[in-house]
Write a protein that binds this ligand. Structure first.
Ligand code: HGY
Ligand code: MN
Ligand code: MN
Length: 434
């Protein structure tokens, strides 16, 4: 059967009355059954639940008519090929790993929306002028090895071999975890698709309350906040909880507590600036021992790098003063840094026009959360479409929720956008150049 020329788009209502939304939510439900925790969803990189999730995604991509494979770090890549093998690729992606006690839609919604839309394009036998890859990135959250964006960094040629030496809470090195999963750590640089990328689109839950307040199902991301992250170890003097006078203590946990409040105070000082101590532990702590060691993480972000870096510098300087006053020592290691980036206006405009064709009010908003799209900045145009979250916008929580109707709108906007990008290329006014 001859291919239908791309661009024969009759807008977002062209898709058959198959409810993308219900199908995508049903697939998200299936994936959420794979967890490494008996209580709540936990799918961290290279563990059993992660492998099972990748296997489902690989199978579904094949059933959708894509040629699919798992690459050398666990990214699941499904391709809808163009007739001309020499053209570049439009990537639709997001991540399939999760935080601990996670929601079902962070990352996965974007993967499954891309999968559902690619399946529809294959069903219609649409001849796109560019390859279309749906990519489920293996790791974005940074939960297991404290290094975020492993999957999209490998995909965009930004993987730092130093990360192979990072280890998890059980002391397992990333290199060893990769090898245990049949991946070759030294081959990761060869996974880069940097030279082949025409553009990147990501659909993601908003993870905030703005679209609720605007009463809109979808929004266009204007920019993505940049984060700087540190791992901090405070070393004080362990002692007997009953015999060491308060005036003689060098309590590592008390120093950490003062720092947590410092981060909260400093990062409340500017709009769009946020600071979080997300992990805090007293290794081998005991009820009756003055903590001699305390370990925690710092995550400071803002919509612009200058605001973020000023806050980070202030916090680090104050940590030193607190440590000196309390007679504890501090080891601070930067473990991640991503710049604030703007989405490509031309590509964001393609989303905006599709939203307008759907009869909706286009609305632009900033993303306080980081996303895999960050890693495409400077390599190809990238843009993001947010989907309204319920429950006040809560995310990184089992309370994360979306409606099938909103997800359906997002999928249809994505489908229409892809068809219009193809049409623009065919008519000689390409928004992306394949
Ligand atoms: O931390 C973030 O912003 C994202 O959820 N990884
Ligand atoms: Mn997340
Ligand atoms: Mn995410």
């Amino acid at each position: 059967m001859s291919k239908i020329r791309a661009g024969d788009s009759s807008g977002v209502d062209a898709a058959p009355k198959r409810d993308f939304g219900e199908r995508i939510l049903a697939m998200a439900e299936r994936l959420a059954a794979h967890s490494d925790s008996p209580s709540g969803l936990e799918c961290t990189v290279l563990r059993p639940a992660h492998r099972a999730t990748a296997a489902d995604l690989l199978a579904w991509m094949g059933e959708a008519g894509l040629s699919a494979a798992i690459d050398g770090i666990g990214n699941v890549v499904g391709r809808l090929p163009a007739a001309n093998a020499a053209v570049r690729t439009l990537v639709i992606g997001s991540h399939y790993d999760t935080v601990r006690n996670a929601g079902k839609y962070d990352g996965r919604l974007g993967v499954l929306a891309g999968l559902a839309v690619a399946e529809e394009l294959a069903r219609r036998n649409v001849a796109l002028p560019f390859h279309l890859d749906v990519v489920a990135f293996a790791e974005e959250e940074g939960v297991r090895f404290l290094t975020a964006y492993l999957g999209s960094c490998a995909f965009t040629g930004r993987f730092d071999p130093e990360w192979l030496e990072r280890h998890d809470d059980d002391g397992v090195r990333l290199a060893d975890a990769l090898a245990e999963n049949g991946f070759a750590p030294t081959a990761i640089p060869s996974l880069s698709r940097r030279s082949d990328l025409a553009a990147y689109l990501e659909v993601h839950i908003e993870q905030g309350p703005v679209l609720i307040a605007e009463d809109l199902p979808v929004g266009i991301v204007s920019s993505i906040a940049g984060a700087v992250r540190h791992a901090v170890v405070i070393t004080g003097v362990a002692g007997h909880a009953g015999t060491v006078p308060m005036s003689l203590r060098h309590d590592a946990a008390a120093a950490a507590a003062e720092i947590v409040l410092l981060v909260e105070r400093r990062c409340a000082a500017a709009p769009g600036l946020v600071g979080t101590v997300g992990r805090l532990a007293i290794p081998n702590g005991a009820l009756n021992v003055v903590p001699g060691r305390c370990e925690f993480t710092l995550d400071i972000r803002a919509v612009d790098d200058a605001t973020r870096d000023a806050a980070s510098a202030d916090v680090l300087a104050e940590i030193d003063r607190i440590a000196a006053r309390r007679g504890v020592s501090v080891d601070i290691r930067e473990i991640g840094r991503s710049p604030a980036v703007a989405c490509a206006p031309r590509l964001a405009a393609a989303f905006e026009q599709a939203i307008g064709r759907a009869g909706l009010r286009p609305f632009h908003l900033v993303s306080g959360a980081g996303h895999d799209a960050l890693q495409f900045d400077g390599i190809c145009d990238m843009a993001m479409l947010f989907v309204r979250c319920g429950n006040g916008g809560v995310s990184h929580s089992p309370l994360e929720t979306v409606t099938a109707a909103d997800v359906d709108v997002a999928a249809r906007v994505l489908l229409d956008t892809i068809l219009v990008l193809a049409e623009s290329w065919r008519s000689g006014t390409p928004v992306i150049t394949a």
